[in-house]
Write a protein that binds this ligand. Structure first.
Ligand code: FAD
Length: 317
């Protein structure tokens, strides 16, 4: 079932979770162990992130270094199929431009279609860890919009090969990312909004946001979207802070602000256990206010934190 159908059918705010594939070498049990306790909350769908390859430098016997490409978290498509099979819950694989050619993307979409997966969240992806700027593969996409166009084309039976004229029309429901605090590369919110609107005009059916810790940022973003004629559902992305280190790591990686009221309480904590308690309470209060506002769904970035995620969702039920 499509994410948009879940949203349409819902009588109340729905719950969804987002998970990362495990590090290479771990089995599907690690995913089930993480998700089993959260099934009590009957999530409408589960997103699975996609991770591009990274380059590492390995020392050879002659002392020289060799650049090696490794994918530390493979398996998104397989995990989605396993989730759908094991829990009978819809899975939403993330698809990224970074590291993929158009043909590889097409093949992934064909696999997803064969597996009965009819949702995708399309994203650009970021630069590899040791590079500053994103650059596409020689035959890849520069922006999420281009990747989205490829999925929309397949939904119309248009494949990369010109001579494939009677191709199956896929039926993917397409989500895209939005940034309540602006995407870090966008010169300003207006420009970012312009490109977000383009994604919607070209076929994105809903928006899932980057995490935020100040609901006012989400409300302003939502208002700005509506003012700009973006009418699709906007799903807030949410995450609990669990360690003191995240006070600097999250702004660094995700380019988001942490409100001073929250950061001051965390700085005053002696142990991460106390931080997690504050992070949990903060998120519960965020969720209650978002629910009261009438958001269609609460989308949780679980980051492997089963216990705290369980307590947060329990706290808002
Ligand atoms: P885009 O929509 O392409 O935008 C990127 C930047 O380019 C923005 O500044 C935008 O304003 C600008 N822009 C857009 N179109 C154009 C254009 N035509 N011309 C000029 N400028 C343009 N990353 C992963 O690697 N794997 C994941 O699984 C993943 N999941 C995510 C899930 C969510 C909900 C979110 C919010 C982010 C996720 N990310 C993931 C991170 C994401 O890949 C990065 O934030 C990335 O930097 C931007 O992706 P995007 O799809 O928003 O890009």
């Amino acid at each position: 079932m499509k994410v948009t159908d879940h949203l349409k059918d819902a009588k109340d705010t729905i719950i969804s979770f987002e998970i990362l594939p495990p590090q290479k070498g771990k089995g599907i049990e690690s995913i089930y162990n993480h998700l089993d306790p959260l099934m009590e909350f009957k999530p409408a769908f589960i997103n699975v992130t996609y991770h591009r390859s990274e380059y590492i430098f390995k020392k050879k016997t002659d002392g020289a270094f060799e650049k090696v490409e490794i994918r530390k978290r493979p398996g998104t498509v397989g995990i989605c199929a396993a989730i759908m099979n094991h829990y009978k819950i819809d899975a939403v694989p993330h698809l990224i431009c970074g590291g993929f050619s158009k043909e590889e993307t097409e093949n992934a979409l064909i696999d997803l279609n064969f597996l009965g997966i009819d949702n995708v969240l399309v994203l650009r992806g970021d630069a590899p860890k040791n590079e500053t700027f994103f650059s596409p593969e020689p035959d890849g996409h520069h922006y999420a919009l281009e990747l989205l166009n490829q999925v929309v084309n397949m939904n119309h039976g248009i494949y990369i090969e010109d001579d494939l004229t009677d191709g199956l029309k896929t039926n993917f429901c397409i989500g895209v990312a939005g940034y309540p605090e602006k995407h870090f590369e966008a010169p300003n919110m207006e420009t970012d909004m312009h490109y977000l609107k383009k994604k919607v005009e070209h076929g994105a059916e809903y928006i899932t946001t980057q995490m935020f810790f100040n609901n006012d940022k989400f409300f302003e973003f939502e208002q700005c979207c509506r003012k700009n004629g973006i009418t699709v559902p906007i799903i807030p992305g949410l995450k609990p802070i669990t360690t003191k280190r995240q006070l600097t790591v999250l702004p660094h990686i995700f380019h988001i602000d942490i409100p001073s009221e929250l950061s001051e309480s965390i700085i005053a904590c002696k142990k991460d256990e106390d931080v997690a308690k504050i992070g949990k309470e903060w998120l519960i209060s965020q969720c209650k206010s978002l629910k009261a506002h009438g958001v269609p769904a609460l989308h949780f970035y679980t980051m492997g934190r089963t216990h705290i995620m369980y307590e947060v969702v329990k706290g808002i039920m």
